[in-house]
Structures are given as structure tokens and as C-alpha cells.
Write a protein that binds this ligand. Structure first.
Ligand code: SF4
Ligand code: SF4
Length: 363
């Protein structure tokens, strides 16, 4: 399904989605209890110089730079309760599972690097073993993407990691800005349902619209970007460089803040803890929170031994996971070239430079 949407009509589409009952979930158990719901629409909002996804913030404007936080939190929140527990003396423990609520989120303005991020997250949490909590949320999240006619910043490098500024990977709908209107293309059945809900706000594309779309996409792909020099060679080069002294040199400035992974659309490490809310009787919650391979104690053993004690070993882990280990497991890099980890690192550690330097050094 392909349509044209006048820019002044986007709020009408959002209103139609919010009023339009949809079947909940794509067959996930968490969603089966409810039968219909409306879409909760989130879109980028600029606040204090930072773009972030917010819902119910009035008129939707899609003239945004990419958000500082990727949209991964819709399916993989920073903190989530798995179940609550209660142990009364002499009685069997009581466990109450806390499945996510079946709210449907339509996330507008997702950039192609983050759509590709969702593809990677789905592989991690759905491919080998389905993660009940992730899949329950993910089944209720739809991405209404926006192609990047221009790179979103000086650190974009999607083209060199197999992506594209006009990629529809991971999207349910892909919109392209044609000046006073958007070209809107459904990518999945969910995308078709989203568009059908706002049917009256769209018009049919003309031959001129299609020609302009092709030209806009071609120009977007031709925009200069930074680049990983030889993606195909990276896994072998990184493998050969495991013991390279370069890692310590490149990581010397790292302060272990973890910003690079928390803002990455594909980083997914987590910790699980029991948080007690009462001592007698024992009550509490089992909670999953994001964790981070750049934290010094990420791999700390109870004995005090830490197999990744040095800064270099932690940077090597982050970079090798992105460009070697993930490739070995899933046949693609785990980096989508969004550039956030470069832009937001306060000490200037730059994953493009790191990969290129290590590869060059490996010969
Ligand atoms: S590389 Fe930069 S952003 Fe990442 S942990 Fe080190 S200092 Fe923080
Ligand atoms: S590693 Fe950096 S550039 Fe690559 S997807 Fe993550 S945040 Fe973006």
C-alpha cells in the first residue's frame, strides 16, 4: 500500500489511529486477554535541546534530528518487573508474574538506523529463545519510519554497515519527505492496518510523486557519510587483533560511563535482581535492568576476579561484539551506524576510528 499524505494532515492520521480500535497483539499471550485498544502514538519532541519520543504531546512534527535515545525502550524498557514474590513462613512461596500491559504503541519518525536496530534486537530476543517479556511488548509496537533525506549528523555511517538512509528494514511504514507532503509506504500488515485506520487522510500517489520519491532516495543515498572501511574484513581483523596493545591505547580516555551502550539501538545486556520490599514476610520483585559491558564491574566475579579488568578489554568487548561476535551468530554487524555512541561520548571515543585503526593495524 502506497499513499500520499499532505503535511498538514498528519495530525488527522494520528487522531484516526487514536480513535481506531485495533486487534491487540500479533498472537502474543500477554495480549490475548484484551481484544481491542487504540494506538498510543509517540513522536519526537524537542525539549532542552534533546529530541526524545513522547506521547500525547499535541501536534506531530517530523522535522526532527534523530532522537538521543533510540526507540528500543518501547520493547525493552530500562527497568521491568518480571514477577513479584512473597514468602510467608510455613507456606509455599507465592509468585505473581507481571506481564506487560497490552498497550499498542505507534512510534512515528523512527529513522532507518533504528529500524535496523529493531531487526537486531528481534534476533537477540526472538530468534533462538523467545523472551516472553520482550516479545509481548514488541508485538504491540509499530514503527512508522521516516527516511533520512540528509544524514542526521556528522557521525552517521549506515551505508558502510549494510544499511541505508532510506531502508525500510524493521519498519511497519516508511515515510519519505517530498517537501509539502509525505510518500507513505506500508511495509508490513501492521503498517497496512495503520494506514487503513487513517484511510480518508491519504490520497493516491501520481507518477510525478513516484518519480520524486526515486530521485529523493537516490540523492539521500549519495550524501557523504563517514565509513567503516571494510565491513566484510572486520570480523577476521578483529579476531586477529584480540591481543593487540592498541585496545589499551584506544580506550585510555574511557571513563566507563556506559552512555555509548545505553544510547545504542542494539545494545541489550541486562542484569536481573531481586528487590525486597518487605523483610517480614519476605516480599519483593524480580527486576530486569539494562546493564553495560563498559562498567568496570560488569564481569566482576563474586571471588573478586574480573576477566575484563582493563579499559582496553572492555572496549574490545563492545567493538568485537558489534563487528565480530554478532556477525558470527547472525551474519550481520550489530552496529547500524547511527553514530550516537560517537556523538555522545564525552571523551571522544569513536567506534569508526577504532574499527578502522584496529583493522589497519591487523594488516
Ligand atoms: S566509550 Fe565513551 S561513552 Fe562509552 S563508556 Fe567510555 S567514556 Fe563512556
Ligand atoms: S555501536 Fe554506536 S554507531 Fe553503532 S548502532 Fe550502536 S550507538 Fe549507533
Amino acid at each position: 500500500m502506497e499513499k500520499i499524505l499532505g503535511k498538514t494532515k498528519i495530525d488527522d492520521w494520528v487522531a484516526a489511529l487514536s480513535d481506531h480500535p485495533q486487534e491487540v497483539g500479533r498472537g502474543c499471550k500477554a495480549a490475548e486477554a484484551a481484544t481491542t485498544t487504540h494506538w498510543q502514538v509517540s513522536a519526537p519532541v524537542l525539549e532542552d535541546g534533546i529530541w526524545s519520543y513522547q506521547s500525547g504531546s499535541g501536534s506531530v512534527q517530523l522535522e526532527h534530528s534523530n532522537t538521543t535515545q533510540p526507540p528500543k525502550g518501547f520493547s525493552f524498557p530500562q527497568r521491568e518487573v518480571f514477577f513479584s514474590f512473597e514468602q510467608i513462613k510455613g507456606e509455599p512461596p507465592k509468585l505473581t508474574q507481571k506481564l506487560p500491559q497490552a498497550t499498542r504503541h505507534a512510534v512515528f519518525g523512527v529513522r532507518p538506523c533504528d529500524g535496523c536496530g529493531a531487526v537486531r534486537m528481534d534476533k537477540v530476543f526472538s530468534d533462538h529463545v523467545a523472551d516472553t517479556y520482550y516479545t509481548a511488548r514488541r508485538s504491540n509496537v509499530a514503527y512508522v519510519g521516516l527516511a533520512c533525506n540528509q544524514p542526521q549528523g556528522i557521525n552517521c555511517f549506515c551505508l558502510s554497515v549494510g544499511g541505508s538512509p532510506v531502508s525500510s528494514d524493521g519498519m511497519d511504514v516508511l515515510m519519505t519527505d517530498l517537501g509539502d507532503r509525505y510518500f507513505v509506504a506500508a511495509v508490513t500488515d501492521t503498517g497496512k492496518a495503520l494506514m487503513a485506520a487513517g484511510n480518508s487522510v491519504f490520497s493516491e500517489p501520481t507518477a510525478a510523486d513516484r518519480k520524486q520519491l526515486q530521485q529523493t532516495h537516490a540523492e539521500a543515498i549519495a550524501q557523504p557519510q563517514r565509513a567503516i572501511n571494510n565491513l566484510d574484513a572486520a570480523p577476521a581483523k578483529l579476531k586477529a587483533s584480540f591481543d593487540s596493545p592498541l585496545w589499551e591505547e584506544l580506550a585510555r580516555a574511557c571513563i566507563g560511563c556506559g552512555v555509548c551502550t545505553f544510547l545504542c539501538p542494539t545494545c541489550h545486556c541486562f542484569d536481573i535482581n531481586d528487590e525486597n520490599t518487605s523483610a517480614t514476610p519476605i516480599k519483593g520483585n524480580r527486576v530486569r535492568t539494562w546493564d553495560n559491558c563498559q562498567f568496570p564491574d560488569f564481569t566482576m566475579h563474586t571471588s573478586g576476579h574480573n576477566p575484563r579488568e582493563s579499559l582496553g578489554s572492555r572496549l574490545r568487548q563492545r567493538v568485537s561484539h558489534k563487528f565480530q561476535y554478532f556477525h558470527e551468530n547472525f551474519g550481520m554487524p550489530q552496529c547500524t551506524g547511527c553514530g550516537r555512541c560517537i556523538t555522545e561520548c564525552s571523551v571522544g571515543i569513536d567506534i569508526v576510528n577504532v574499527v578502522n585503526k584496529v583493522a589497519e593495524h591487523a594488516g
